[in-house]
Design a protein around this ligand. Sequence first.
Ligand code: HAM
Length: 412
Amino acid sequence: MPLWHRVEEVAREAFRRYGFQEIRTPIIEKTELFARGVGEATDIVNKEMYTFVDRAREDREGESITLRPENTASVMRAYVQHKMFADRSPGELTRLFYAGPMFRRERPQAGRYRQFYQVGAEVLGDTDDPAIEAEVIEMLDWFLRELGIPETTLLINSVGDAATREAYLGTLRAVIEPNLAAYCEDCHHRYATNALRVFDCKNEACRRWIVGLPTITDSLDEAARAHFDQFKAHLDARGIAYTVQPEMVRGLDYYTRTAFEIIGHAGLGAQNTIVGGGRYDGLSETLGGPPVKGFGFAFGLDRMVMSLPEEVASQLRAREAPDAYVVCLGEAARARGHEVARRLRMNGFAVLLDGTDRKMKKAMGLAAKSRARHALIIGETEVETGSYGWKNLTTGEQESLPLEEIVARLRA
Ligand code: HAM
């Protein structure tokens, strides 16, 4: 938890600096939202959603509901439903962030869970200015540096617009068709519903064909290509390094134009994509809303925590350690102990009090186990003099100090 807290804290600081406000949407939405928003042909909708029929009420049929597999569709639903675009001037943006659990029925393994946590952000409005995209990536860049996450790689691509997509899909299907029999069953389904999704296939046999397929990036129209070039220029201007990866099409159907992923260090193994995001200009219309342009990302909190280097992790574990552990030897000492602990806590310090009678050695062992920085020791003499044993548990040094002095030392 100390590591999770740090990741959340730095994320909140990034969002504060870049003007994002928090949004909390429900964990359950109508199935239709994801089916339409994320896309019927995606693995997420096709195989991974936790979907239930809500019990029917007398006046209604049972409704199909789903534990959210992601949050972009929900944020767009909320934005449209609550008319968050009302009273906006042209070019004015709504910047929202969220953090919470998502659910996908995948085969669990290190870094891949059925309930996982995402922190994400969405920029919504009427402009698709690529400077917005670069600014969001600049924020992520700051965030990763501030956390001390090493060796990340930014992969970018443009997946074009809906209009060029149609023509490209025709070409793609024509190239796949002669060899379709060699592709896996899932790819047959992808071929029939959205051929672009074959790029999501992990199957060895399919991969051999997929590397030779024409990419959507090769068939971008003028406008999409210019947009992508401007995006790259904005990254260059910020000194942010990237690799263009034409096969990267992301596993969700709503993307248009810019798509990106951030890959973590090799130690993460197969599940090494820590951030995913992109532009989704048609999503609102797909959901029956007005035209809205959007760009955003989400990172897996679980994977981000796993990406923290060990030296950072151990510092963080120490950070949430108590300031003092109060050891009381005898009845009178315990009464004083409660008083001393209360006063330290009133002064803002984190204090644990051992409420059980034990031998000194055992009590000190527990103090060390609590990771407390100091032990405050009270026996009969200490009750009389008001001067307490104050032991630094890192150096082993021990002194006898009145409470005011202990407070002053802790403050310093
Ligand atoms: P996504 O790529 O599906 O994108 O997920 C984003 C991130 O969530 C991944 O890069 C990964 O770190 C984490 N993640 C996904 N599935 C799992 C899992 N089963 N276990 C652990 N971590 C996981 C989206 O969800 C989009 N909504 C992102 C976005 C926001 N695009 C635009 N705005």
